[in-house]
Design a protein around this ligand. Structure first.
Ligand code: HEC
Length: 446
């Protein structure tokens, strides 16, 4: 209670405490939600409906858990960024920083696993795409993806696994890491401002009452915002996964948007750069940061290189996030078509193909977005017919029971146009050329 704390940090010193308090909010609301939530594909969506409509104050509880999660991601991120720029990760606090990075990754892991729980369209497709990313890892990738998914694709087994991870494994890990983090903060004291003076030379204030009252005020404000959002902003719940919705476009949760946008820069085989190499390198860099710094100078002006690098990353992440919301760069920006004049129907099929973002899952001649389904450049070689293709696209599960491809309940002529386009992809007879989404969509306006 009486412990002196360095006074030159101001309110930023409360960031860590706010993160811990938000975790407590998530833990309490999560436990109560678990009374009612049923982690099976048959019941998950309905049980959330039950929480929203029947359980007393259930809607507010879910709201707090939902907005609390976003608030926690933001605060943990701000806490991390602040400690980067203020050099708080430097000796003797290397281990505190490393545990902090673990806590940040755990927070993102909570978001990722919890996201699937509503078992709605958005949750399902976002998970289908991201849960396949480990498959890009050489040698052990397939195994890791199976371990995560409980099978080849996202299914009920995935939901139970995510549930166990989200409600048992991660909370236990988080509690241990928070305890360790706090213990280390006690041992080494708060880092204080950017001067390298020891705590004895600095102006100090006490944990109680000064620090605690600042934390209470900060937490009061954050919690009030969460509460207001839970009351006045709708928590999204889309149609249950697997419903027919031809206008549906998969998008990840906002804090993964920048990663999702990053993927769009690396089409085809290069995708591994965006899906694995950059994120993993970034993670390793974060962990190693304390050991890369040569000086113990902590001010931003004394560390021009680190400051510039940090600002570049930050601007990049914010920019990619905004871009994701603008939809400026769609997934699978280029598509390969035969190098000849397309007929009107083929042209129409191509537009639907781009519009519906089939490139989200399909490559043509190795180009497109994230590959989930087969490369479509060989439908001709596979002898797919004008009769079979529309039937398959309209309802893949009717033809192949375990198909994970969404149903596209398009009109008869649209399905036929799509089939014509797919059948035009006969690269034995024609050369290939790649065109951009702009060219395709642009032609639509003419
Ligand atoms: C979410 C991923 C996904 C999206 C989006 C998607 N597909 Fe598929 N598609 C698949 C998968 C996976 C398969 C093959 C295995 C299966 O059926 O599960 C497939 C199979 C196909 C096949 C059969 C290929 C063959 O010869 O066996 C065709 C044709 C096809 N898709 C066309 C389309 C079209 C056209 C669109 C856009 C309107 C589209 N797909 C959107 C995942 C997707």
């Amino acid at each position: 209670m009486e412990k002196p704390l360095p006074d030159d940090l101001g309110w930023a010193a409360t960031l860590g405490s706010l993160c811990a308090l938000l975790f407590a909010v998530q833990a309490v609301t999560g436990m109560i939600l678990a009374f009612y939530y049923n982690p099976t594909p048959d019941q998950a969506h309905a049980s959330i409906g039950y929480i929203m409509n029947t359980v007393s104050l259930g809607w507010i509880l879910r709201g707090i858990h939902h907005w609390g999660a976003s608030a926690m991601v933001i605060l943990v991120f701000v806490h991390l960024v602040y400690n980067f720029f203020s050099g708080a990760f430097k000796a003797p606090r290397e281990l505190t920083w490393i545990i902090g990075v673990c806590l940040f990754l755990l927070t993102l892991g909570f978001g990722f696993t919890g996201y699937l729980f509503p078992w709605d369209q958005k949750a399902y497709w976002a998970t289908v795409v991201s849960a396949n990313i480990p498959k890009d890892i050489p040698v052990i990738g397939e195994f890791l993806a199976r371990l995560l998914l409980g099978g080849e694709t996202v299914s009920g087994l995935t939901l139970t696994r995510f549930y166990a991870i989200h409600t048992l494994m991660f909370p236990a890990l988080m509690a241990c890491f928070i305890a360790l983090h706090l213990y280390l903060v006690r041992v080494h004291d708060l880092a204080g401002g950017t001067s390298s003076k020891s705590i004895n030379e600095l102006k100090t204030y006490r944990f109680f009452p000064e620090h605690l009252s600042r934390c209470s005020i900060g937490f009061g404000i954050v919690f009030a915002v969460i509460l207001l959002l839970s009351i006045f902003a709708d928590v999204p719940l889309e149609e249950v996964a697997g419903t027919v919705d031809p206008t549906y476009l998969p998008r990840p949760e906002w804090y993964y948007m920048w990663l999702f946008q990053l993927l769009t820069f690396f089409p085809g085989k290069a995708e591994i750069v965006g899906s694995l190499i950059i994120p993993v390198a970034g993670g390793i860099l974060l962990f190693c940061l304390p050991f890369l710094s040569k000086t113990d100078l902590r001010g931003m002006a004394d560390r021009p290189l680190a400051t510039a690098a940090g600002i570049t990353c930050l601007v990049g992440i914010v920019y990619l996030t905004l871009m994701g919301f603008e939809g400026a760069r769609s997934y699978g920006d280029r598509v390969v078509v035969p190098d000849r004049q397309l007929s009107a129907s083929e042209q129409k099929g191509l537009r639907i193909f781009m519009d519906r973002e089939c490139t989200y899952c399909h490559h043509i001649m190795g180009r497109g977005g994230r590959i989930q389904g087969p490369d479509l450049s060989n439908v001709v070689a596979k002898n797919r017919t004008k009769e079979w293709l529309p039937r398959f696209i309209k309802d893949p599960q009717a033809i192949s029971r375990w198909s994970i491809m969404p149903k596209y309940d398009l009109g008869e002529d649209e399905l036929n146009a799509l089939a014509d386009f797919l059948l035009s992809l006969d690269f034995d007879s024609y050369g290939a050329k790649s065109i951009s989404r702009q060219e395709v969509i642009g032609e639509k306006q003419n």
